[in-house]
Design a protein around this ligand. Structure first.
Ligand SMILES: Cc1cc2nc3c(=O)[nH]c(=O)nc-3n(C[C@H](O)[C@H](O)[C@H](O)COP(=O)(O)OP(=O)(O)OC[C@H]3O[C@@H](n4cnc5c(N)ncnc54)[C@H](O)[C@@H]3O)c2cc1C
Length: 596
């Protein structure tokens, strides 16, 4: 590994600098797999992994409960997994990406076990155990009990540490930095959160793997440090985004008042095993929405049904519904779902013997940065993988395909970056841009008075939950867009206490700006899509409309920081230069059987 080079000096404020070959932003499944594969492709490379939390101990891959989808059984097939994925995605998936996923998921699973030391549950005869997950025609979900992510990330962390890559933990990426004159990505501006110091990293290639984030909603499942940073940064740099309206809600998030456990997921396997969902009147309400499958219906239907029960006044006093597995037998529940039993115990409820209060919870963003199968974006030098990327899941993700996506595409991104940087010079970075971005990040510390970041986030959560959430319509989305623009403007005037080191209030101010930026794009796309498909439900257009909408909504911003100003004079705060394209869905392998 080459020694780190630090330089000082820039146009406006001295900036610490360092250089690297491959800069990987994010330390979840996609980021860590990218680092391992880039290193193994060329151990001479200088690789830096930057993580807002701790490597392999932050983000959502570690939180994966249910498992990882892979075709292993000879009675299963790639065609079946692909068909389930594309039908589940409402045919909006990029089918080349989905095909790559199903083909490489088993290869990477074998790698996880044989090369990296993971160990998944097995039958007594030694064959890997695969369990059923909703929306799948075969039992193909590989797992380690109900805490699969800890097994995967624990082993990957050991592997990463063994390779002695440079780790910048508790560093957040603030902004991608262009080469002088724009165009190519030449690195990123970071904030060392421990010291409160901006650092410019020049790099030959940059990977965005910050794990998306559904955390702009009042009730949300992902790890709290995720704030849509990667998508927001890429957007400001001019990357092409796709399917931004597609936000998945999980039907059963815990309700625990203002505790941070509110929103955390009680896994899908509970419904698979026979859980009952009841409203405050004790009715098994799923009989009204999907009489055949009831609680085993798909995530989108079960989530929306719960939401509609709550909105119709049939919810519990805390604004939820009940999940009940007590009829499955306490010993059985404790044996099958030890992690879920433990989680409920933390809020004082015994899952094995009594009903637990739950609500739909914002879970996974299918939309994000458009990529090709090598994780390249439309910007030179910029790659994206994992939940930050769009296309694999279309309008809805199957349980078990998320972690598979991060592992498969993280590995591909690492290899593609290693190939990309070979023989390529380190680009110069636009120092004035970086200095201005650093100044903007520091500004909340310097204001004596201003907006309260926590209050903005609270309002954002309520607004998105009520108007950009499970049930949408034109009036609500239009009003939400107006208010989101106002919130965005206010986020530009936040004041925080001036301590630089480990200042949570300051991080909140930086988070909320990105969360609002992403929420605006979700609302914008949701208003455009006048149909219902997958996770996107419009009460005013309740059916799918293949004739008009078998297409991906793509946005491209003006690039390099300019989206934050309104340039079009219509007062909507989103700028004239936003390009919107409807890209016909890529039906390269399979078309819907019956056109709507
Ligand atoms: C509770 C829960 C259960 C789930 N269960 C399943 C399941 O059973 N099966 C399945 O397939 N999927 C599941 N998922 C989805 C799955 O977790 C995701 O699809 C996947 O883990 C995303 O991986 P990632 O690498 O893209 O992001 P993550 O693993 O979330 O990692 C993101 C990383 O980026 C870092 N980061 C964020 N912002 C910045 C920044 N500005 N600068 C630097 N670093 C940053 C974070 O600290 C973190 O290290 C679940 C999700 C949740 C929330």
């Amino acid at each position: 590994m080459r020694p780190m080079r630090r330089e000082v000096g820039s146009a406006m404020e001295p900036l610490e600098q360092l250089t690297t070959d491959c800069l990987i932003v994010g330390g979840g499944g996609a980021g860590v797999m990218a680092a391992l594969h880039a290193y193994d492709a060329n151990p001479e490379l200088d690789i830096t992994i930057v993580v807002k939390g701790l490597v392999a101990q932050s983000g959502c891959t570690r939180m994966v409960q249910g498992g990882y989808n892979a075709v292993l059984d000879p009675r299963d097939s790639f065609a079946a997994h692909f068909g389930d994925t594309v039908r589940g995605g409402g045919f909006l998936n990029d089918q080349d990406l989905a095909w790559t996923l199903v083909n490489e998921a088993p290869v990477r699973l074998v790698e996880l076990e044989n090369r990296y030391g993971c160990f998944f549950d097995r039958h007594p005869d030694g064959v890997i155990h695969q369990k059923p997950f909703a929306g799948q025609s075969f039992d193909r979900t590989v797992h380690r009990g109900d805490l699969t992510g800890i097994e995967i990330m624990g082993r990957l962390k050991d592997q990463l540490f063994a390779r002695r890559l440079r780790r910048l933990e508790e560093h957040r990426a603030l902004e991608l930095v262009p080469a002088p004159g724009g165009g190519a990505v030449a690195g990123a501006l970071l904030l060392d959160m421990r010291r409160g110091v901006p650092v410019l990293v020049r790099a030959r290639a940059v990977l965005i793997a910050t794990g998306g984030g559904a955390t702009m909603y009042r009730i949300a499942a992902p790890s709290l440090e995720k704030a849509g940073d990667g998508v927001a940064m890429a957007w400001r740099a001019g990357a092409r985004l796709m399917d931004m309206e597609m936000m998945q809600f999980h039907p059963t998030g815990l309700l625990a008042g203002r505790s941070r456990l509110t929103g955390s997921v009680l896994e899908e396997g509970l419904r698979g095993a026979g859980a009952h969902l009841r409203n405050a009147r004790g009715e098994r309400y799923m009989a009204r929405y999907d009489p055949e499958r009831q609680e085993r219906s798909t995530r989108d239907v079960v989530s929306r049904s719960g939401y509609q029960e709550i909105m119709a006044g049939r919810g519990t006093p805390a604004g939820g519904v009940w999940i009940d597995v007590s009829h499955l037998g306490a010993a059985n529940v404790r044996r099958q779902f030890p992690g879920m039993v433990e989680r409920c115990k933390a809020v004082g409820v015994d899952l094995a013997t009594e009903p637990v209060e739950v609500s739909p919870t914002a879970h996974f963003h299918m939309g994000g940065i458009a990529i090709d199968a090598d994780c390249r974006t439309n910007l030179e030098g910029l790659f994206a993988a994992g939940e930050d990327a769009a296309g694999v899941h279309g309008s809805n993700r199957l349980g078990g395909n998320g972690v598979a996506e991060s592992i498969v595409f993280g590995a591909r991104a690492g290899e593609a970056m290693a190939a990309y940087v070979a023989g390529r010079d380190l680009p110069a970075a636009d120092a004035a841009f970086a200095a201005a971005a650093a100044q903007a990040a520091l500004a909340p510390l310097q204001r004596a008075r201003g907006e309260d970041a926590f209050a903005l986030r609270e309002r954002l959560g309520v607004l998105t939950w009520e108007q950009v959430g499970l049930v949408r319509d034109a009036a609500g989305l239009s009003a939400a867009r107006t208010e989101l623009d106002d919130l965005y403007a206010r986020a530009g005037g936040v004041a925080v206490n001036p301590e630089r080191r480990l200042n949570g209030e300051w991080q909140q101010a930086l988070d909320v700006r990105n969360l609002i930026e992403v929420a605006r794009l979700i609302a914008r796309a949701a208003l455009l899509r006048e149909e219902s498909r997958g996770s996107h439900y419009r009460a005013d257009f309740p059916a799918p409309d293949d004739a008009r909408w078998l297409a991906n909504i793509c946005f491209r911003g003006p690039g390099w920081g300019s989206s934050s100003s309104d340039g079009d004079g219509d007062g909507d705060g989103d700028g004239a230069a936003v390009q919107t394209d409807l890209r016909p869905a890529r039906l390269t392998r399979m078309a819907p059987a019956v056109p709507a």
